[in-house]
Design a protein around this ligand. Structure first.
Ligand code: SF4
Length: 81
């Protein structure tokens, strides 16, 4: 990946990588493990404003936030969501 964006999710910065690394895995999460859509979007909004976000990756835990936030039992490493 080239360049850096401190405010971008992977889908914004690198749409092809998003499909490859996130989109294809999101659909495999069992419905019982998924965070409700409203919660998911709220989490991503918080991540977008976070100083730990770098090209869609959380520098606090190393996870792709669009995938991590989709799991209802996951938590932000800094307790921001
Ligand atoms: S998971 Fe938490 S620390 Fe990581 S980018 Fe999102 S809000 Fe920031």
């Amino acid at each position: 990946m080239e360049g850096q964006c401190r405010k971008c999710l992977l889908r914004d910065a690198f749409p092809e990588d998003y499909e490859k690394y996130v989109g294809s895995l999101l659909i495999k999460i069992p419905s019982g493990a998924r965070a409700p859509e409203g919660i998911y979007q709220q989490r991503l909004s918080i991540c977008r404003a976070c100083d730990q976000l770098n090209n869609g990756t959380c520098m606090g835990c190393g996870c792709l936030v669009e995938l991590k936030a989709a799991y209802k039992n996951e938590k932000c490493p800094f307790r921001r969501w």
